[in-house]
Every structure is written in structure tokens, then in C-alpha cells.
Design a protein around this ligand. Sequence first.
Ligand code: FES
Length: 349
Amino acid sequence: MKFYPLTLSDVHRITPDSVALGFNLPEQLKDTFHYQPGQYLTIRHMHEGKELRRSYSITSAPGGTLAIGVKRVANGIFSTFAQGLKPGDTLDVAPPEGRFVLKNGADILLVAAGSGITPVISIATHALAEGRRVTLIFGNRDSTHIMFRETLDALKDKHLDRFTLIHVLSREEQDVPVLHGRITGERIIRLAGAGVLPLEKVDDAYLCGPGGMIDDVAAALKAAGLPSAHIHHERFLVEGAAPAPRSTAAEKAARDGVEIEVLLDGIRRRFILTEKDETVLAAAARNGLELPYSCKGGMCCTCRCRITEGKAEMALNYSLEPWELEAGFTLACQTRPKSGKLVLDFDAV
Ligand code: FES
């Protein structure tokens, strides 16, 4: 993955624990950093001699200043560091990636919780600019922690007839009981029943936030008749997900040593995986080979590759679609071999 030093042109606080960072994009990098609404940037940050990578969704819409939003998370090294950044500071940034992007539907439903608004605001801004109808259901703890509140209000004022914005607050009483609590599938259906969400007209739904919310809302939308292929999601937090235990086949393969061959940017490289707990990504790094990655948590899909020989298992997968699993795609950050040789094609699409 190639990183570029980008200078911050704008830094401003959007809630007590989050900042918006705008980048100054030199003319010669405009094509490299061209993006679709919903994509993210990966930032490389050195901390105590170690390289960290963090991905943050692009909050601007194409055509505007390239910007991201960073919310401080408990013990988050980069997210805490980012709160003190100033215009003129430089960050190492990799070009946009991600498949949680705006599709063609004319009527879209957006459901976001907390910092899950970051890709969603880009999708909303772009969809509204294109003349589409947008309903956004946005869940937060209370009104002081609503990221991009002013931007959302401005969008509402500008597109009164096509943008419906519904705030759901979990720790602040609301006049209307259905708007008080966490976002759940049942709450979405109640909003539809109350006539504020025209579910029958929705072409595509985009869900972003904790995994539990996504699963629940996706199931409710599916039960209400929206096809799975039109329900798109991006997980920001994964709760309660225990990695699948390694199979005995994976343990045995690692004990015996596995020959890993990767095809990346047209070049073949080989190394041996010997540690029983190692993923392909970790073994490659130990052997001095940098494979593409960002989240290391099975969510971002940056490490996606196709198994062209051998067998493997994944500990977690929050991003590959069923058709990709059938076609042999895997996530290198979660992959442990189950055979004596594994060939992975990172150039496969
Ligand atoms: S690095 Fe994000 S899914 Fe593997």
C-alpha cells in the first residue's frame, strides 16, 4: 500500500470527543484520491516505534475538500492523538478504498449510530445533490454527541422536500417515545408504521454502526421485503464476536510449516508460515513482506485475496459477501492455512 503525506488544511471540533480533519490535496494527487461516497482513507501513524494503521470514512462528498471525522475511542492511540492536530500538520494517508458505496437507487434509507455517520454523511450529501430522496435515522447517546449536526441541519434546510432526518437518542428523553432508545429493527418498523419512514418506496438501505445494530436492522428490513442485495452495511464496532477456534487441520499445517505463495501487483513471492497462531498477514510481515491491510479485524476488506491453491479458514469475516466466499476469496488478516501449501492472489477482482 502506498501512503502519501497530506497536509491538514482544516481542523475543527464537531463534538466534545470528535474532530473533522480536512486535507489539502495537491493537484497531482487529485486522481489518486478520487473517491466514491462511503469510502474510507487509511492513515499510517508511528507510535513508540510501532506502525499503526487506522481507517476513517471520508465525510466529504466528491467535489468538496477531502475530509474525515475522527471520534476519540477509549484507549485509542490515533483517535486521541488526532484530537490535538492542527492545520499545517501532515499525516500519511493511503488512497480511498472500500465497497460501502452509493448505488443507483432513487430512494435511499440511511441508518447510522454514533460515528457510523461518517460514511453516511458523504452518501447523504452526494445522493441529495443528485436529486434523490433520502431518509436518515441517526442514533446517538444524547444531543451533545451528535457528530455533524450542523451539516445535517444545513442539508435539511437545503433539501426540505427530499431529506427526512430522524434523531433517535438513547440517553435523552424525547417528546415522541419511539425516538427514545437504541436503534433496533423493531424501532425502524415502528417508524415505518408511524408513517415517517416510507419503507415500501426504499430502493437501497445503508447501515453503519455496531455489528449488533446492523444485524438486527438488516433482518427487519429483509423481513419487511427489502432484498438482501439492496441492504448495504459497514461495521464500525464488533461486539461479542469471538474468533472461531482454529481447527486441528490449521494447527497441524502450521506445525509442519506452510509454504505461502502470494501474487501481488503481478509479482509472486513466497514465505513459510510456521507459527500456529499466525495469520497469513502476520506471517508475511514477519517475513518482511507487506501485504495490504488496514483494520486487521475482518471489517475493511483491504486484505481481500483469492485462494487459488490449497485450503484455509477464516477466524472472522464481516465484509466478504456470500458470492465471494463461494468464489474462494478470503481475508488475509483472518486467514490460517489448513494445507501444506497456500497460493493467494491479491490481484484477483
Ligand atoms: S485488514 Fe481489514 S479485513 Fe483484513
